[in-house]
Design a protein around this ligand. Structure first.
Ligand SMILES: [Zn+2]
Ligand SMILES: [Zn+2]
Length: 73
């Protein structure tokens, strides 16, 4: 894996817990997204697409919901 975190712009390595935003397709360190191990674990079990905080703050949530419907189906 050789991608940069969308928050701090440093490289996401296998040594980090990283999470992929389904909307902008950018990887983020879990810690940069304020996700602790417990939250990460829960999200893994949910199997729902992850939306990063940047997308959440820049997109209207209704549009997000519409776009993600096809992902969830
Ligand atoms: Zn980061
Ligand atoms: Zn995003």
């Amino acid at each position: 894996m050789n991608v940069n975190c969308g928050v701090c712009k440093t490289i996401c390595t296998v040594n980090h817990d990283c999470i992929l935003c389904e909307l902008c397709e950018t990887w983020h360190h879990a810690c940069c997204e304020n996700l602790d191990k417990e939250k990460l674990k829960k999200m893994g079990q949910d199997d729902k697409p992850y939306i990063c905080t940047i997308c959440k703050s820049t997109h209207d949530m209704n549009i997000l919901a519409m776009r993600l419907t096809k992902v969830w189906l």
